[in-house]
Design a protein around this ligand. Structure first.
Ligand code: 9MR
Length: 758
């Protein structure tokens, strides 16, 4: 299990791990004891099972006995979570600062993934080691190393073997845990020091790369085609120390090369980049990024013929056991006494929750991707039309992207409090499991009670905004549906006006995310803007004019997102036909160009060429979406003005997402040489379970998060420079989850970028 990975010696992160582990291909360690360590006492009692099963214990779902000198557990089928079946040993002592080597031989009657943990033996089960372990039928030797961060005399070794539909047999032998191990060293494999967009560049687009080097003078570079011919040469520009990465950098500009081809490489300072193309590189990203939404659908069977056989699955949460919902869902106790049918919609992310707040921005971005084809001069009109996506509704006469967005819209409409009830017209904030489940877990296997959480003003305004967009975009395909949307938008908006400060609780995070937001003035602005653009009515115009966001700076340096939605209204006021009187619209458009100019300055100032400042706390949970959202403002400025510098800024920003970054990592599955594929997801969990698929091509990871908000990342990455605060491991939900609001941003810019390649 301990693998050797070639690592660049010049990478800045080489550090001792605080508490964990040897995991994926991203880093290396030595697992063996150091010299003299043979004297370190063995902490496991009866690790060879010569004296029976004691003191090993197991849950009732995994009875153990000694078979041929090994400990074997008959693991029951039909459990939900990894921790529903455990084989373990308690009362282990670990000391702060000491490094430990754990090793064992294990096998399974069928290939399965289990979790190997060393953790507190009581709540809160603080982990020292958490390691996905994939077992085969032949006994395999596993060896892991970790460093304890606290003294404990009450730790346990726990093999979490539950969560599978079928019964199976787990066998274990030669278990050993000793101190005195060489401390594990984390070093991400960052590959060649020449960082490019691993997908490629548009023939007439900008072409920039970043070179990590300590060289104090410009260095020579050369661009080589697939046949080994040097097609361009030049000298780099020295850029100095980059705050976002902690690296010494140069940049390389080879924009003058326009000849299409594949297999180009860029060489400088003795290093050669990953290969890339010059051509219409984004053409298929439009449909790949949108495909994610079909696979996230709740309430419908996923058709393998459309999605790929590995993604086929039964409908989730339609009231078929063991599911309890979502067709007849009660409120949390004390919240309401009615039940709602809230089937459908998209699962938010790696969890099975469905949240109106986040569903709102994701739906908006899909609808906006479509609406752009009606307003932007460079947009391919039919590229998102009927028959362009792999959705079951293809060839129904409706553009497929509208079919996909409607799947969520119908769910959002169902979340509205019915007439006659208290808070009628408002929207419930969210619906999700009453407790967190483990990974992996197919939607149809989720046995948790589902609950409606209280209505909120923010959710109500999200519903109002996207239902108003719906009322504008669907009339030519389905007037009844568009009418239903607009009526719901009006009711929701009126209900929000009547209840302007019903805030979701930040503490309501058991079994699902909180998505709390204590400032809903931006949601009011966004909803008023959408209702005004759809209806032209004076009352909505008055409201949006009265909002501080109509004249305020809604495009912050770090980008808009689900908690900050004023920019959504502003962008539509700038682009959608009709609407504001000419002078006012000119001012609104100007504000988009001004914001884009500011982002352009950041693109030019950042050695990795992205519209996110390296020093302002911009690398937050889901940073990839904030970065992309800033490229959307740049792209919109191009759509409005035709000025190429804005288009080039947007495209250059996209290079970051596809590998021009400190980690040399493409964050989009299947798009590039080294791409994220272990994202945190209950649906796509190959890293934990060999029978589960990886996320589909076109799935974007949340990205670098300097706040390190999950235990795995906090242990592994402590002290990271912002761009290094990411790991492609399924356990790191705060850096590496998938989510609808991140893929919706990707879909918008993918569609724009595909248009520029034509
Ligand atoms: O994207 C959300 C991020 O902005 C928040 O900081 C974080 C913590 O509240 O939650 C993120 O959203 C998660 C949600 O709460 C539950 N589903 C998965 C989402 C993506 O990680």
């Amino acid at each position: 299990m301990v693998r050797s990975v070639p690592a660049t010696r010049k990478g800045p992160i080489v550090r001792r791990l605080a508490t964990a582990l040897v995991a994926t291909a991203v880093f290396v360690t030595t697992a063996g004891p150091v010299a003299g360590a043979q004297e370190a006492p063995e902490l496991i009692v009866n690790g060879t099972f010569d004296t029976g099963t004691a003191p090993w214990w197991s849950t009732a779902t995994a009875p153990v006995e000694v078979v041929d000198g090994r400990l074997c557990a008959e693991v029951a089928g039909g459990t939900t979570n990894p921790w529903d079946a455990i084989v373990g040993q308690n009362d282990l002592s670990v000391q702060a600062g000491e490094s430990y080597a754990l090793s064992f031989d294990a096998s399974a009657s069928a290939p399965v993934g289990v979790l190997t943990k060393v953790q507190q033996q009581v709540e809160p089960w603080t982990e020292r080691l958490s390691q996905p372990t994939v077992l085969g039928q032949e006994p395999t030797h596993f060896a892991y190393v970790f460093t304890a961060s606290v003294d404990s005399a009450a730790d346990q070794l726990a093999f979490q073997v539950g969560g599978r539909a079928e019964a199976w047999t787990f066998c274990l032998d030669n278990v050993s845990l000793t101190g005195g191990a060489e401390p594990p060293v984390y070093e991400p494999d960052t590959g060649p020091r020449v960082r490019v967009n691993q997908v490629g560049y548009l023939p007439h687009g900008p072409k920039h790369a970043t070179l990590v080097t300590e060289a104090t003078a410009p260095v020579r570079w050369r661009l080589t085609d697939a046949n080994g011919r040097v097609v361009a040469t030049g000298r780099s520009t020295q850029r100095g120390l980059d705050a976002a990465s902690g690296q010494h950098t140069h940049t390389i500009d080879f924009s003058r090369v326009t000849r299409a081809g594949s297999g180009y490489t860029l060489t400088a300072d003795g290093e050669t980049s990953h290969p890339f193309d010059i051509g219409a590189v984004y053409r298929d990203l439009r449909s790949d990024s949108l495909r994610f939404f079909y696979l996230q659908r709740s309430g419908i069977a996923i058709d393998g013929a459309l999605a790929g056989e590995e993604y086929a699955r039964p409908a989730g949460h339609v009231g078929v056991a063991p599911n309890l919902g979502d067709t007849d869902v009660p409120c949390q106790p004390g919240v309401c006494d009615y039940r709602l049918d809230v089937r459908g919609g998209w699962y938010d992310a790696g969890d099975h929750g469905k949240y109106v707040v986040n569903g709102g921005i994701a739906t908006y971005q899909l609808l906006s991707t479509f609406e752009r084809t009606r307003t932007a001069p460079t947009a391919a009109r039919g590229a998102l039309g009927d028959g362009t996506l792999r959705v079951p509704e293809r060839r129904n006469g409706v553009p497929d992207i509208l079919d996909e967005a409607r799947w969520e819209l119908e769910f959002l409409l169902r979340m509205q409090v019915p007439a006659g009830e208290a808070l009628a017209g408002m929207a419930h904030h969210k619906i999700h499991d009453s407790a967190w489940t483990g990974l992996p877990l197919a939607p149809e296997d989720d046995p948790m009670p589902r609950e409606l959480h209280p209505p909120s003003t923010a959710a109500t305004l999200n519903l109002a905004a996207v239902a108003a967009q719906c009322g504008r975009l669907y009339p030519r395909y389905d007037t009844a549906f568009a009418g239903r949307c607009l009526a719901a938008a009006r009711t929701a908006y009126a209900a929000a006006r009547a209840h302007p400060d019903v805030l979701a609780s930040p503490a309501d995070g058991t079994g699902g995310g909180a998505y709390s937001d204590d400032d809903v003035s931006d949601e009011f602005y966004w909803a008023a803007a959408e209702l005004y653009l759809t209806t032209g009515e004076r009352r909505y115009l008055d409201d949006l004019r009265a909002s501080p966001h109509h004249t305020g700076d809604v495009f912050g340096a770090t980008g808009f997102g689900w908690p900050a939605t004023a920019a959504l209204g502003r962008l539509d006021l700038a682009t959608v036909r009709g609407g504001l009187p000419a002078g006012e619209r000119t001012r609104i458009r100007r504000s988009v160009l001004d914001a884009a100019s500011a982002y352009l300055s950041t693109v030019e100032a950042e050695p990795y060429g992205l519209p996110l400042p390296g020093d302002s706390g911009g690398y937050v949970w889901g940073s990839n979406s904030n970065i992309i959202n800033n490229t959307i403002v740049l792209a919109t400025a191009f759509d409005l003005s035709g000025k190429a510098r804005y288009r080039d800024g947007a495209l250059q920003g996209l290079d970051y997402v596809f590998g021009r970054n400190a980690l040399n990592q493409s964050y989009v599955t299947g798009w590039g040489t080294t791409t994220s594929h272990n994202q945190h997801s209950r649906l796509f969990a190959r890293q934990l379970d060999p029978t589960s698929p990886t996320p589909p091509a076109g799935s974007i990871a949340g990205g670098a998060n300097a706040d390190l908000e999950d235990p795995f990342a906090a242990d592994l990455l402590a002290g990271c420079a912002p761009q290094f605060c990411y790991v492609d491991d399924i356990q790191s939900y705060s850096t590496n989850e998938v989510a609808i609001n991140w893929n919706s941003a990707l879909a918008w810019i993918a569609s724009f970028a595909a248009d520029q390649g034509r």
